[in-house]
Write a protein that binds this ligand. Structure first.
Ligand SMILES: *Cc1c(COP(=O)(O)O)cnc(C)c1O
Length: 456
């Protein structure tokens, strides 16, 4: 949560910048502004009160779902831009913000190592994936989409919307796509695109992109990397070797999705899709020649399935990139490494605690999950205990999340007599760099909650 002085500083920077923005239009004859009276102030206070009904997402003791506060500069840039309210559908509606979108997307492309590309921002990861799979369907009509059983649930729906067959590939005991099962599916010749998830939403598993690329030597298919959550980890300096190998090969994928509104410090409404081959642009607008799309004069509205898009999103992303450039040794990269270090430290404590059950693998990115050991040893009793710990931790201001995962993610002796099925466990996305220095505070509250839950 912002302290009072930080909030004041935020608003003083913002009002200075607003004056500078207004000055640029001061040659116009004055036009009446909307009048606000005390009633507006009262309504705003009602809003503040209503918003108390939230978990404290910005605080380090919120260690639950994939939620991260936008950076203050993103908030300010977004708020400032709203006084213009540009629409990045076309240059007419948003001139400066369209150029800033191109520059912001160029930074994403540079981060992933795409030398030539076509790409743009979108309202979400879901919409970005829809565009990527739409292009897949246009390129290889009627051929199916293969993704792991841990891929984001929207891929099934998107395939339905696009009327493309969806083939679910099982995941292994650490949540990564099973390569033998994938090869079997490819042998049918019905798969047009394999979705490699680099960072699954539930447990942060990284699909083996190097082996998927190997399969491309024998089968013809496209590769779409869904790294809506995980993409920015390309900048972390403490990935395990297999995850690092997968991220390093991203430039060989046909398309990639990343959500700046997840790990990119942006407010919601900011996803992105990049294609390695700029000529796919012709699918968007059939009456334009290829050259038009591979020129630098891109009209964003003509290479996006969405029409209106918030120019403010692009400006917020642009401003954040200027303050925190995408580099491994800069603060942005260091913060990702710190979140990951917090996850590894959390996992070490879980492994050492007899009351908890750690999964087969340490965190691949920054998501930690674990089950509670119950006296009965059944998945059902463990799930009940997890729900109790969730509530008891919340009473101590520690906010965790629950996730239901396959039993095979845990060592075989974790639930004696149970080999298939699911267990509800606790899950924390350690998304904030402060999570590392708050680890003792987090652990102390969890320790108390577990002690009490087991006693009840
Ligand atoms: C979050 C996520 C999505 C969906 O993105 P939204 O921005 O929530 O629409 C898709 N894929 C993965 C891997 C994700 O983590």
């Amino acid at each position: 949560m912002a302290t009072d002085s930080a909030t004041e500083e935020l608003f003083s920077f913002l009002s200075e910048a607003q004056r500078q923005l207004d000055a640029g239009f001061s040659n116009l004859p004055p036009a009446p502004a909307v009048e606000l009276d005390a009633h507006a102030g009262e309504i705003l206070k009602q809003v503040a009160t209503r918003l108390h009904d939230n978990y404290p997402y910005a605080h380090p003791l919120y260690a639950g779902q994939m939620l991260k506060p936008p950076h203050p500069i993103a908030r300010m840039a977004y708020a400032l831009t709203m006084s213009v309210n540009p629409n990045n559908h076309a240059l007419d509606g948003g001139r400066a913000s369209s150029t800033m979108e191109l520059e912001a997307v160029a930074e994403l492309a540079r981060m992933f190592g795409f030398p030539r590309y076509l790409g743009h921002l979108s309202s979400s990861g879901t919409f970005a994936n829809l565009e990527a799979l739409w292009v897949s369907g246009q390129t290889l009509p009627g051929r199916g989409i293969a993704a792991s059983d841990q891929a984001h649930y929207t891929h099934t729906r998107i395939s339905g919307v696009l009327n493309l067959p969806f083939v679910e590939i099982p995941s292994d005991t650490s949540g990564r796509m099973d390569m033998i099962a994938l090869e079997h599916a490819l042998q049918t010749n019905e798969i047009g695109t394999v979705v490699a998830t680099l960072g699954t939403t539930a447990v942060g598993a990284v699909d083996p992109l190097p082996q998927i690329l190997e399969l491309q030597k024998r089968y013809r298919f496209r590769i779409h990397v869904d790294s809506a959550y995980g993409g920015y980890f390309i900048l972390a300096n403490n990935l395990a070797d297999d995850a690092r190998a997968a991220f390093d090969l991203i430039p060989r994928a046909d398309s990639i999705v990343v959500d700046p509104h997840k790990h990119g410090l942006q407010p919601y409404g900011c996803g992105a899709v990049l294609f390695r081959d700029p000529t796919i642009g012709h699918f968007y607008k059939h009456d334009s020649p290829f050259t038009y799309f591979s020129s630098t004069e891109l009209h964003l509205g003509e290479i996006s399935l969405e029409c209106s898009r918030a120019g403010a999103s692009a400006v917020a992303l642009w401003a954040t990139q200027r303050l925190l450039p995408y580099s491994r040794d800069g603060q942005f990269g260091k913060n990702l490494s710190m979140g990951r270090e917090a996850a590894l430290e959390f996992n070490r404590r879980i492994v050492a605690d007899r009351r908890l059950l750690a999964p087969n693998m340490p965190p691949q990115l920054d998501i930690v999950f674990y089950a509670i050991r119950s006296p009965e040893g059944t998945p059902q009793s463990s799930s009940d205990l997890a729900r109790r710990v969730f509530d008891l931790a919340a009473q101590r201001n520690l906010h965790l999340a629950l996730a239901t995962v396959p039993l095979r993610f845990f060592p075989p002796d974790s639930f004696p007599g149970h080999t298939s099925g699911y267990v509800t466990c606790l899950r924390s996305v350690m998304m904030k760099p402060e999570h590392l220095s708050w680890m003792d505070q987090i652990w102390q509250r969890l320790d108390e909650a577990v002690t009490e839950a087991v006693k009840l």
